[in-house]
Design a protein around this ligand. Structure first.
Ligand SMILES: Cc1ncc(COP(=O)(O)O)c(C=O)c1O
Length: 360
């Protein structure tokens, strides 16, 4: 067996310990004589899996009792529609556009009501987070929307926007469980799990109970109504059962590692190794304003497309894979999620140093 260091933005690296455990349980989960893949989602064994996953997530994030945790399908992108369909009572929402994913959410919301772009960093290729301390929040806005960590551009909100009392909705797909958060500051926190938590194909939605109502936009499908899933404990229809099971294993792993305070410490340590090198390198440069740098996604360039391509190819040969930047920005991007060990980042920096010397 030979494993690589996988810097993919998602689907992404998972803890090896978790992969081994699920492999061990593939033929016989806990004496049931079957894989979780083959198991009824109405069985007692699966009910325990989903209940434990929710309990552990609640513990990790310190989720208050007046929030529901939903395990839904359709990925993070389905939330771009589900949020306005369920929350746009006044048909007005304010969007802070800090990257492609926020922009997609903003564009989708326009189908359902008046979506206002109240701030953007598109003028500088989304390389910074705009000042959100005093934005022109619409008096009748149903919510204010952010993408908290911008996977493609490598920026992160270090402070939440001042929503002037309006409900905050945040896409945390690429920073989920990377550090502690105060859930009570949000109306909805949601994220696709395929970056920091588990296999692709599921989104976790943490939603304040007062936002779960039958009063949704006319024509909203049953499957796209939060209440449907909240009332059924995420078992209205057949859920992504295997994904819930793997996510549950990752929650246990996170608890064992010391929880989100410890993940933050580790993530800061890992990111510092890479950013310190970028700040001292003559060949490679980070593309983000330092104060807004993400701990999870680190884009960088040499300034020469051919050199970038050469680097990506040679790095892959050295077992450092998926370093090509997103097609919309080019260059390189190292995603260093929770499951990326410090040794992986050290190996990347050692390779970058060597490449720099050889290509000076
Ligand atoms: C921040 C963010 N939001 C949303 C998405 C879309 O996720 P999905 O493919 O699960 O719809 C991504 C995917 O990369 C992302 O990084």
């Amino acid at each position: 067996m030979s494993r690589v260091y996988n810097f993919s933005a998602g689907p992404a690296v998972l803890p090896e310990e978790v992969l081994k455990e699920v492999a061990d349980e593939m033929m016989d989960y806990n004496g049931t004589g079957m894989s979780v893949m083959e198991m009824s989602h109405r069985s007692a064994a699966f009910q325990e899996i989903i209940d434990t996953a929710e309990k552990d997530l609640r513990e990790l994030m310190n989720i208050p009792d007046n929030y529901k945790v939903l395990f839904l399908q359709g990925g993070a992108s389905q939330q771009f529609a589900m949020i306005p369909m369920n929350l746009m009572k006044n048909k007005v929402a304010d969007y802070i556009v800090t990257g492609q994913w926020a922009k997609k959410a903003y564009q989708e919301a326009q189908k359902y009501g008046k979506a206002n772009k109240i701030a953007s960093s598109e003028d500088k290729t989304f390389s910074y987070i705009p000042d959100c301390s005093d934005l022109p929040i619409s008096p009748d806005a149903d919510y204010v929307y952010i993408c908290e960590n911008n996977t493609i551009y490598g920026t992160k909100f270090k402070e939440l926007p001042n929503t002037k009392g309006k409900t905050l909705v945040a896409d945390v797909s690429s920073c989920f469980l990377s550090e502690p958060v105060d859930v009570s500051k949000y109306g909805i926190i949601y994220g696709g799990v395929q970056k920091n938590i588990g296999p692709a194909g599921m989104v976790i939605v943490i939603i304040r109970e007062d936002l779960i109502t039958e009063d949704v936009l006319p024509g909203t499908p049953t499957m796209l109504t939060y209440k449907t899933h909240a009332d059924a404990g995420s078992l209205y229809n057949t859920p992504n059962a295997y994904c819930i099971y793997v996510c549950g294993k990752v929650f246990k792993w996170l608890k064992k590692m010391g929880g989100l305070e410890e993940m933050k410490r580790r993530n800061e340590e890992k990111a510092k190794i890479l950013y310190d090198f970028l700040d001292s390198s003559k060949l490679f440069h980070g593309t983000v304003v330092p104060k807004d740098r993400s701990l999870m996604n680190v884009p960088f360039v040499t300034g020469d497309k051919e050199m970038d391509a050469k680097f990506v190819t040679e790095a892959a040969k050295a077992g450092l894979v998926n370093l090509k930047g997103h097609r919309s920005v080019g260059g390189m991007r190292a995603s260093i999620y929770n499951a990326m060990p410090k040794e992986g980042v050290e190996a990347l920096v050692a390779f970058m140093k060597k490449f720099e010397e050889e290509n000076a």
